[in-house]
Write a protein that binds this ligand. Structure first.
Ligand code: FES
Length: 381
């Protein structure tokens, strides 16, 4: 078609120029652009022969595809029902171990049923579209996407005028100092990234947010006056806000960090009204119990006490905990019971901690080991 050493369509006879090339030639002429073989379409190789799919020519195959698609769609409601059943039937505290990973059985079941349901919709729709929907081939013609040559020249001219007017060609220090000033701003940005650390590994967590000031023998004191609390200071139905006695030895950031984790509520209830599991019998003193004051949802301090019902209400999102039943969650978004602080009376008659909190206080975090929570709450099911 073209002879070597000559220039594409320019060397072709008018009869050899195909309709596509003709359209391109007309468009180039219209925009006053140079005609060169490199920018012209190659001769049209034509559309490949259209081969019908098996489902287009074989009714049995099409029926089979239809059955596959319908089966997949019909399995979706099954997944939806399993999702709802999993939500209501699998206890929140049930867990599954995958090697070192410890996961909530309910979450795994919800994820699998919903995920499989969505996957089935996707697979069924794709199979429908690929095998049964109309299979037409459509050709979209290509056209030159260049700007006209004069527009290119004008843009370049204006760019050069701008560069010239900025003074850069004559005062090169300007551009070097400007680039240097912008580039050096990467340094503060990189330094700020170090605030993402340190990595919260097990040791770091143990020393920081998994630990509070509470340990054996620390006296419970009033959170405002720091007065040590004796059992006789509380009447039945009364709630006091408390902190560990050693909090007042701290100051500044250390004080604030400690105070964010250690506050407690101390309540006295009629022992006959309290459900005390076997492993917590010695965590209380004649119906006086101490719980973390930090909501296990997102960490608001709580002390809205309903004396008659023994409920403690979080004002932030209305999580409600039953202090007569080991701080169990009654309603609301909190997923874990309020951690209970084991207490006893010391030789001087003051309430003191029997130990630190057996589980981390406050909201959940990704690496939180919930096995001890499960052990505690299973006794109530
Ligand atoms: S912080 Fe208590 S319910 Fe959200």
């Amino acid at each position: 078609m073209t002879s070597s050493g000559t220039s594409g369509v320019q060397s072709q006879s008018p009869e050899e120029i195909n309709p596509e090339q003709q359209i391109a030639l007309e468009e180039y002429a219209e925009h006053d652009m140079p005609v060169h073989e490199a920018v012209l379409p190659v001769p049209d190789p034509g559309v490949e022969e259209h081969l019908p799919r098996l489902a287009d020519v074989d009714k049995a195959a099409a029926d089979r595809v239809e059955r596959q698609v319908v089966t997949m769609y019909l399995l979706v409601p099954v997944m939806a029902v399993l999702f709802v059943l999993s939500y209501y039937l699998i206890p929140r505290t049930e867990s599954i171990d995958f090697g070192p990973l410890h996961s909530s059985a309910k979450h795994v079941a919800l994820g699998l049923t919903l995920g499989i349901g969505v996957l089935l919709i996707g697979l069924a729709t794709q199979q429908w579209a690929r095998q049964l929907m109309a299979n037409n081939e459509v050709v979209e013609e290509r056209h030159p996407a260049h700007s006209p040559a004069d527009a290119n020249e004008e843009a370049l001219r204006q760019l050069n005028v701008g560069i010239d007017e900025s003074g850069v060609p004559r005062r090169k220090m300007l551009i070097f100092s400007a680039l240097g000033a912008v580039g050096i701003l990467a340094a503060p940005a990189l330094v700020l990234l170090t605030d993402l650390g340190p990595v919260a590994g097990p040791n770091y967590r143990r020393k920081t947010f998994e630990t509070t000031l509470w340990k054996e023998g620390i006296r419970l004191v009033n959170d405002i006056t720091y007065t040590p609390i004796k059992p006789e200071d509380l009447s039945i139905g009364q709630l006091l806000n408390g902190v560990p006695e050693n909090l007042k030895e701290l100051s500044g950031t250390e004080f604030n960090n400690a105070k964010a984790k250690c506050p407690i509520v101390v309540v006295r209830m009629n022992p006959a009204d309290i459900k005390i599991p076997a492993n917590r019998q010695d965590w209380q003193v004649s119906g006086i119990l101490a719980y973390s004051k930090i909501c296990t949802h997102v960490g608001c301090p709580i002390s809205l006490w309903e004396q008659q019902t023994h409920h403690l209400l979080c004002p932030c999102h209305q999580s409600t905990f039953d202090l007569a039943d080991s701080g169990r969650v009654l309603v609301g978004p909190a997923a874990r019971a309020l951690p209970q602080l084991p207490i006893k009376v010391n030789d001087e008659g003051y309430l003191v901690a029997r130990s630190g909190f057996p589980v981390p206080v406050g909201p959940s975090f990704f690496e939180r080991d919930s096995r001890h929570d499960l052990g505690q709450s299973q006794e109530y099911r």
